[in-house]
Design a binder for this molecule. Structure first.
Ligand code: DGL
Length: 265
């Protein structure tokens, strides 16, 4: 059972991290398109082309299902990819529905943070129109966070200053929900927590996507009885290059460790 997990960069590791917990039996191929990150500041056309290349690469490697662990790629390319490729393609999008539902208990607002492509996309607009009948959702694009993450800068004063500046027009005490609408933003949960009220709930789509992946591969017969109890593996690719050196694997391990800490917040 070979599963491809794709992102423009290291954000998708947060989805892989959860998928390895939900379905440890799979052999994963993780593809981060680091040569072309950030996607969130490109045109939708450019994003579509890049994701098409990466998905083609993962199909050639024998993947039987693919997760777009990237809200931006899902927003710009999922319909196109599902038409072009025959295998299951699972996307991720900002988890607006559970966040809005929770505000009926808190009486406060929801902030969705994402890249500019996701923020301006029709997909997010449709989800908000569907669930936000009380108009409690605000969308804020934070493109620079993707760059900070790719530079391994997760909790410096530069990160906090950037967030403070972007959030300046909002009263953060108004929010009980923060929807992480970009997989890179999982690395910054501690920085977000410092700025919002203590009871803030941060909602990401990682568990939902991992459950969705497991249900899909079971339904399609990709996950069979003989896979049960198996110990899977992971191969990491940065664009089309396989990561193998000790230094690269050490870095990836450090990122997983940070994601495990962020998962507990
Ligand atoms: N991690 C991606 C997302 O979930 C996009 C980051 C980027 O390349 O701008 O949207």
């Amino acid at each position: 059972m070979k599963i491809g997990i794709f992102d423009s960069g290291i954000g998708g590791l947060s989805v892989l991290h959860q998928a390895m917990i939900t379905m440890p039996e799979a052999d994963y191929i993780f593809y981060a398109d680091v040569d072309n990150v950030p996607y969130g500041e490109k045109t939708r056309e450019e994003v579509r082309k890049l994701v098409d290349h990466a998905v083609g690469f993962l199909v050639d490697k024998g993947c039987q299902a693919i997760v777009l662990a990237c809200n931006t790629a899902t927003s710009a390319a999922i319909s196109y990819l599902r038409e072009k490729y025959k295998l299951p393609i699972i996307g991720i999008e900002p988890a607006v529905k559970p966040a809005v539902e929770h505000t009926s208990e808190t009486g406060r607002r929801v902030m969705v943070v994402s890249t500019p492509v996701t923020a301006k996309g029709e997909k997010l607009k449709r989800v908000i129109d569907k669930y936000d009948d009380k108009h409690v959702v605000d969308v804020v694009a934070l493109p620079k966070l993707v760059r900070f993450a790719q530079d391994d800068d997760f909790d410096s004063s530069d990160v906090t200053d950037y967030l403070k500046c972007e959030f300046a027009p909002y009263n953060l005490n108004d929010y009980s929900e923060l929807v992480l609408g970009c997989t890179h933003f999982n690395y910054f949960k501690d920085s977000f927590a410092k700025l919002f009220p203590d009871d803030l709930e941060m909602v990401d789509g990682n568990t939902g996507v991992s459950n969705n992946l497991k249900n899909t591969v079971m339904k399609k017969g990709i996950f069979t009885e003989k896979d049960k109890g198996k110990k899977g593996s992971v191969e990491y690719y940065y664009s089309d290059r396989k990561m193998e050196s000790e230094a690269e694997m050490k870095h990836i391990k450090k990122l997983h460790e940070r994601l495990e800490r962020m998962r507990q917040i």
